[in-house]
Design a protein around this ligand. Structure first.
Ligand code: HEC
Length: 143
């Protein structure tokens, strides 16, 4: 049976050390990502092309009921059927804090996504994403 030569032992420690460092880097990056989700300031300048339009709100409601309610809940309170197992929890779209941000910031977030929420850039068209933003604006009244 071969035994490890003394020369190889430092190499093994270097490999273990490197792996530990890499793992802590990955963990830190994940934790950092879970702080408050803030859209870049540039998102605030994106204009809402369908602002307050009734047909856009109605179309957005259907999209929300198809793609978003599983996590965010039917009334947008963040209590959908898949919510319990998620970390972080789905946002409450009826909260004053959520509603205080600009239309552009909301649009940017659902376009970009952040785990465990997907990006909707490919799933929804630009018009559909604005429809759902305008629907989300009505959720504060529905509380
Ligand atoms: C798989 C579950 C899931 C689905 C489906 C989902 N979301 Fe989310 N959503 C989340 C989670 C979790 C967060 C919180 C993410 C965070 O804070 O990092 C979130 C956050 C958001 C935010 C940002 C909230 C804030 O506080 O600013 C918006 C906007 C949003 N979702 C819109 C939508 C829309 C619109 C849809 C449907 C097209 C949707 N989401 C579908 C899980 C989901």
């Amino acid at each position: 049976m071969k035994t490890l030569s003394n020369k190889r032992i430092p190499l093994i420690f270097t490999l273990i050390g490197g792996t530990v460092m890499l793992m802590s880097f990955v963990t830190n990056t994940t934790i950092q990502q879970k702080g408050a989700w803030v859209a870049p300031a540039s998102a605030d300048t994106i204009k809402n092309p369908l602002k307050g339009k009734a047909d856009a709100i109605a179309a957005g409601k259907k999209i929300y009921g198809t793609y978003c309610n599983v996590c965010h809940g039917d009334k947008g309170r963040g209590d959908g059927i898949a919510a319990a197992g998620l970390n972080p929890k789905p946002a409450d779209h009826t909260s004053a804090k959520f509603q205080a941000q600009s239309d552009g910031a909301i649009y940017w977030k659902l376009t970009t996504g952040r785990a465990p929420m997907a990006s909707y850039e490919k799933t929804l068209t630009l018009v559909q994403r604005w429809q759902v933003v305008n629907y989300m604006r009505t959720l504060k009244a529905a509380k």
